[in-house]
Design a protein around this ligand. Structure first.
Ligand code: SAM
Length: 191
């Protein structure tokens, strides 16, 4: 089955390259996340009742989440149709949403429980209005409950985006085995 998949679909690197050429601002990178980065993001979701992966792309973080958290419901959100299709092909029983992060997060606003948003969204390269509307939606979602958090990586030294004072960013680690090295940040209600 795995070898059929390899024959039927282009490699993750090629597909991300094509996505980057078509939508550079939304794609944000030429290289998928390394296994080290994907594993670190997945471990930050330990204890979740529901994981929502934002910007799943070709699926390296999805793989790590499924391995680390078997049995935990996972929604994978991917805006670009070809990439969402790749995820559906690869994980036929997974809940894949071809939608914006904002649409999906807003739709889950009233959902109870420990919800972890694991995001690869490239906030620094997204069109400015998309970045600010998405950040606003995520902050509103997090402010609703202390049981919610956002896990986000960035290649930059500063926090991924500015958050209101009632939420607090914390950089939890730096993953050097990634090109380029990436900081992992968590955002949740301030204590
Ligand atoms: C930096 S790539 C990360 C891909 C993959 N998660 C990884 O770590 O290699 C960012 C992904 O976010 C997707 N994306 C960008 N804006 C989005 C949005 N508003 N809603 C959902 N997905 C979005 C892009 O299509 C792209 O696949």
């Amino acid at each position: 089955m795995a070898s059929m998949f390899r024959l039927a679909t282009p490699s993750a690197h090629l597909q991300l390259l094509v996505a980057m050429l078509r939508n550079p601002g939304s794609t944000g990178t030429l290289l998928p996340s390394s296994r080290a980065l994907a594993n670190a993001l997945a471990s930050a979701a330990d204890g979740a009742d529901l994981v929502v992966e934002l910007g799943a792309g070709t699926g390296p973080v999805t793989d790590a989440l499924l391995t680390r958290l078997p049995g935990v419901p996972l929604i994978a959100v991917e805006l670009q149709a070809a990439l969402a299709q790749r995820l559906r092909h690869r994980y036929p029983s997974m809940d894949v949403r071809e939608a914006t992060a904002r649409q999906v997060v807003d739709s889950l606003f009233d959902r109870p429980g420990r919800i972890v948003l694991v995001s690869s969204l490239p906030f620094r390269s997204l069109p400015a209005h998309v970045a600010s509307e998405t950040a606003h939606s995520l902050c509103r979602f997090l402010a609703h409950s202390p049981e919610r958090k956002l896990v986000q990586f960035t290649y930059h030294p500063r926090a991924p985006f500015a958050a209101p004072r009632h939420l607090r960013w914390k950089r939890t680690s730096v993953i050097w085995r990634n090109t380029p090295p990436a900081g992992i940040w968590e955002l949740r209600l301030a204590p």
